[in-house]
Ligand binder design. Structure first.
Ligand code: SF4
Length: 94
């Protein structure tokens, strides 16, 4: 997903999205390979330690606070109540 087609809604992405996206070009966070970060029923307490050790936490938290994603665990905090990777930057997005 590009920043220009943020969330597939054609709306501009917040600056924090681009910063997180750019950081993900350098570092693959653990959440990319862990579906618990998008599951409604995964205990946040199990995931928070992973986020605490993630070098992308400042970017992730800034984005989540700005965008309030509709789903998932971001920087150790659950947002929304739906599953899916809505709004999460993809490694291959440009
Ligand atoms: S801090 Fe964000 S990018 Fe890092 S593992 Fe947690 S949810 Fe993923």
């Amino acid at each position: 997903m590009s920043a220009d087609t943020y969330r597939g809604l054609g709306q501009p992405a917040p600056a924090e999205f681009q910063e997180l996206h750019d950081a993900m070009q350098i570092i693959d966070p653990a959440c990319l390979a862990d579906d618990r970060f998008t599951a409604d029923n995964a205990p946040v307490g199990d995931l928070a330690p992973i986020c605490a050790g993630c070098p992308l936490t400042p970017f992730c938290e800034a984005y989540a606070l700005a965008a309030r994603p509709s789903a998932g665990v971001w920087a150790g905090r659950r947002y929304g109540s739906h599953t899916g990777r809505v709004g999460r930057p993809r490694k291959d997005a440009a």
